[in-house]
Design a protein around this ligand. Sequence first.
Ligand SMILES: [Zn+2]
Length: 419
Amino acid sequence: MIANRRALHKRPEEGWTEFETTWFVTKRLRELGLQVLLGTKVINPEAVMGRDPKLVEAAIERALAAGVPQRFIDETEGYTGCVAVLETGRPGPVTAIRCDMDCVLVTESDSPDHPPARDGFASERPGFMHACGHDAHTAVGLEVARWALEHKDELTGTVKFLFQPAEEGVRGGAAMTASGVVDDVDWLLGAHVGTHCRLGEVGLCHGGFLASTKLDLHFRGRPSHAGSDPEKGRSALMAACAAAMMMQGIPRSGEGMTRVAIGRLNAGEGRNVTPVHADMQLEVRGETPAVNEYMVKSVERIVEGVQACYEVEAKLERAGEATTLPVCEDLIDIVREVAQKVPGVKRVLDVSKPSGSEDCTMLMHRVIEKGGRAAYVLYGANQNGHHRADFDIQDEESLPVGFGLFCGFIERMNGVKAG
Ligand SMILES: [Zn+2]
């Protein structure tokens, strides 16, 4: 598990480009003898958001150069992620565990104080880093699959292992959900390393994620000579600036917390040309799905208005989506009992501090909608902050806790005795 995590750490891949990672996982799962679903069996292309075909194409070239077989690339149909299914052949529930696999756009620290650099497993890809611990999630998921297969005779029902792509930017969760792969799931457990928990702590999540929508906004103006006939141009840059300022001014909501962030704006061609293009990446969040939707609607209204004022064309696209954390207290109680028995766990905490967003919520909502139950847990690590160049976890101590949690959960739900 540790070796796998470190191998994955060296080869980080951003969302929708995880071809080396998906191959790494699929190869091992198949060697174990598990059935592995790929491509449109686990990703519904119609629900895919924030996937750039040019990046995907380049990623496939890179993966092929790194030794990933062409026949495997063909099997993916261009969509990363996979799901392994373990059928025990005995009647019982369908239990699923979910792991994400993508990296963050950060260049990893090369300081000798940074353990991956010191011990020779730092990212080989400048600009890309497993700075959120999804390498750990993938390695844990693989080891749990190996364990489950080894203990197949002591299990009932079906166990599914979801390896979800593109969690960063909350893009992959909706697409995996829409494939229907969790429609038959009775119990779903998702987990994250680090965040609010220190090493030795496990956190049971009772809420705490914000609903969020990621948006890409493109303005198209009309060029003109900025000196001789500025009145003939229509500035995409000015439209984008006006939109950005107005978005920051969307009134807060009395119904719950809101967020708006304009993270990136590229505009213009040159000093003396009326800017023809402006491309913006932004996101909104809300304490409830309704509050988040209020923010989306406000952005849409501003874009309409700016379009008219500046006589430019605007295109607004949803690039990612996550919702709030659904809470099944009955299942949380079960996970608490499981967690208390995992070696290395010193404290089990209840976590409900609102923070980032997580698209496991999409899978969880679907499971619950279909009559199942879902929970989300944290297993701790001492880290300097996620998405930082010096992010690191104590894999030798932390990963066994994640492993113990998932195995304990599967044993509890699908163990022969439980049946
Ligand atoms: Zn993460």
